[in-house]
Design a protein around this ligand. Sequence first.
Ligand code: NDP
Length: 367
Amino acid sequence: MNSRRDFLQKAGLSTLAISLPFADPLSAMNFEKEEKVLRVAIMGLGSYGTRVAEAMKDSKRAKLVGVISGTPSKIETWKQKYGIPAKNCYTYDNYHQIKDNPDIDAVYVITPNSLHKPHSIGVAKAGKHVICEKPMALNAEEGREMIAACKAAGVHLMVGYRMHFEAKTVEIVKRQRAGEFGKTLFFQGLSGFMIGDPTQWRLNRELAGGGSMMDIGVYSINGARYMLGEEPIWVEAQEVKTDPVKFKQGVDETITFQMGFPSGAVASCLSTYSMNNLDKFFLNGTKGFAEMQPSTGYGPIQAKTNKGPIEAEHITHQTTQMDEMAAIILDGKKPLIPVDGEEGLKDLVIVDAIYEAVRTGARISLI
Ligand code: NDP
């Protein structure tokens, strides 16, 4: 954190602010006000947990102070690497004791999808704020249980929607809300990658809750909602499977889906585990368009509108996310695009409807 001396030097001032004729001594003192820091434990030290831990090194408001893991060797490595004290290390069997640890404020749940509900509810019952990875749960019913548990415990529930804080995404959303594109009537979301190892949990229905839709398709669902600024009223969906050995019953390989919105806007989206380089959002209105490609990868995000490119510095998404989530929890800050449990639930209601539409072939009403 910058000291007042650093601030003054950066501002090109060599004397104390108090000696300047325009300086208010009280506001100058504010530069020295320490901002509170959110002390976070990560649960699930896998690939994404590692990415979040690395990003948190640059966070001004969030600090990694603890771990919850089922792998003793990882705990040892993380203790060394991130300077985590032994008293802040837990397993899935004893993490409920975290309630007696005053040095941890929040737990970031980064385990496989089917564990999000039990782990988040366990954390809430231990009285700690919950940050849970996407998808928040396997279905809307689970999502509602998580919201109720966090409410009962008086803790925040947030979903790891890192794009909600990404600068170019936020800029397009602001322009859409300001009417720059006119009446926005069409969104296209393309989300996919080629999945490798057939034995991984993402291809295990028990742990993943489905296939590409649970993992990557949720970005197009979520993106359609924040880019159009509306909630869908119906869903249609179609499934295509080219490899029924790799993508077993209940594990979707590719789903195309459409959503209709109250304004008359429609969204046309694709979710797949069988194509790479599929990461694109396109929004069209009566006066203009916005295009993002890549739109939800780790970045840099590329964005343009009919007026030209959108420029913004690339900051590691998870660093900004953790700074902003700390501000939400510690300062009560309200984000432009919500990241709370209700926001996660809205996506899960749509996921449920998409799977029902695939099963039945019918248009599913959401009202
Ligand atoms: P990994 O498989 O790399 O890591 C998951 C970790 O969860 C494991 O390393 C393990 O950690 C722990 N775990 C606990 N129980 C199990 C189990 N039964 N099987 C496997 N792992 C278990 O997955 P990811 O890190 O890629 O994904 C984790 C979550 O993060 C998912 O929900 C995913 O959707 C989300 N994610 C979000 C991204 C985003 O951009 N927002 C990007 C990537 C993933 P340990 O050994 O410490 O117990």
